[in-house]
Design a binder for this molecule. Sequence first.
Ligand SMILES: *[C@@H]1O[C@H](CO)[C@@H](O)[C@H](O)[C@H]1NC(C)=O
Ligand SMILES: *[C@@H]1O[C@H](CO)[C@@H](O)[C@H](O)[C@H]1NC(C)=O
Ligand SMILES: *[C@@H]1O[C@H](CO)[C@@H](O)[C@H](O)[C@H]1NC(C)=O
Ligand SMILES: *[C@@H]1O[C@H](CO)[C@@H](O)[C@H](O)[C@H]1NC(C)=O
Ligand SMILES: *[C@@H]1O[C@H](CO)[C@@H](O)[C@H](O)[C@H]1NC(C)=O
Length: 403
Amino acid sequence: MRSHRIATVVAPGLALLGAASASLIHITSYAGTITTLNLTLPYSTEPATLTNLSATTACGEKPSWLTLVDDVLYCVDEAWGKDNGTLASFKVAPEGTLTLLNKVDTIGGPVSTVVYGDGGKGLAVADYGGAGLNVYSIANPSSLAPVQADVFKLPHKGVNTDRQEAPHPHQAILDPTGAFLVVPDLGSDLVRIFAIDKSTLKYTEVAPLVSAAGSGPRHAVFVKGKAKTFLYVVHELSNTLVGYETTYTADNSLGVKSLAFSQFWSSNTHGDNTTTIPDGTAAAEILLSPDSKFLTISSRFERLLTVPNYDRTNNTLLPSDPLITLAIDADSGALKHVQTRAAGGINPRQFSFNKAGTLAGVGLQADGRAVIIRRDAKTGILGDIIANVAIEGEVNCVIFDEY
Ligand SMILES: *[C@@H]1O[C@H](CO)[C@@H](O)[C@H](O)[C@H]1NC(C)=O
Ligand SMILES: *[C@@H]1O[C@H](CO)[C@@H](O)[C@H](O)[C@H]1NC(C)=O
Ligand SMILES: *[C@@H]1O[C@H](CO)[C@@H](O)[C@H](O)[C@H]1NC(C)=O
Ligand SMILES: *[C@@H]1O[C@H](CO)[C@@H](O)[C@H](O)[C@H]1NC(C)=O
Ligand SMILES: *[C@@H]1O[C@H](CO)[C@@H](O)[C@H](O)[C@H]1NC(C)=O
């Protein structure tokens, strides 16, 4: 528990109206920084504020992804041009400063991490550039211990010979039972599946989900419906969203369970087949709302929307890509368009929700900016941009720290 980290500010005499609150926000940039800010949310009409608390360059030159476990922040450095990337652990102090605990090598180009295993003692790393998967024990965050690693092979180049010249694992996620690591591999047109031994943290690759040729699966989410389990995959190269019903197969001869997939949904990333997706679009993130009722997707480089200039003295609108929100039918998994909203700028590579689902933090990689957008947790509708911060370099990951 880190309840001391959540500042609750109750103005005298106003307690009955509710309380203002604060949360730390951690943001990575390819300029080589992790910046930690304090987001305060007054309940009155005063503006929200984002106050810079600290910045560190200790993750490495190209930080790309953050995962928070209690008061330990894990950061991967994509380390462009080098054979290996790194995984670093940091202790987050209540006042918002980060202290490096440990740093270890990964396969090249790590871009995503996920916690798994008994007691959350494992951390899996998807390595885009180096075409691999690393897993570590994080039982002692000051002594990160490699458990297993693999570099994948591509039998032949994919349809998109520029982007599919090698396997490119783009994300590591966990299925709802915690028994499988699931890794969309953009280069191989596969969603790779790894059965996990939750106690030893070791994995065994089982039959993958085969995606359409040239589609480039990038990110995915599982959703527990009323009776069924759904997997939704966003494909960067084809800008498509595909939904599968997931079932768990019986033990095979090796004693390893596997996953089976049956496709029930296919559409563009706007959840329909009618919206024209401009050339050059590259879908990126897909996120499930905390109440499991909505999916939100980022579609990069469409440039069709606008937002007011962040310089309020400047009347020129700024171009923006969209965040698309779809409602999930809990029985069938079918999706219904709820909202297409300006993300706040160009290249919303990654975004996250706070625990209550009342805020979204969005990294706008092409603009060197992160924005905080209000969200109606009940309807899934994204509202006003209530705070923003300009950060040097390409901003690529924004997470809330409110434990
Ligand atoms: C935040 O403050 C640190 C110094 O603590 C500074 O190095 C960094 O540039 C600042 N970041 C922003 C976005 O202002
Ligand atoms: C964040 O801001 C709130 C409200 O001003 C304050 O109470 C809290 O101490 C701040 N937290 C940090 C870590 O600076
Ligand atoms: C470092 O990179 C090399 C070359 O890709 C790879 O064989 C090795 O396993 C990597 N190290 C780690 C710790 O993953
Ligand atoms: C979109 O088109 C695909 C391919 O024709 C079809 O399978 C799918 O059902 C359509 N999806 C929607 C939501 O209309
Ligand atoms: C206003 O904003 C636009 C778009 O960012 C920019 O090109 C222009 O230089 C700005 N004008 C001034 C006076 O700052």
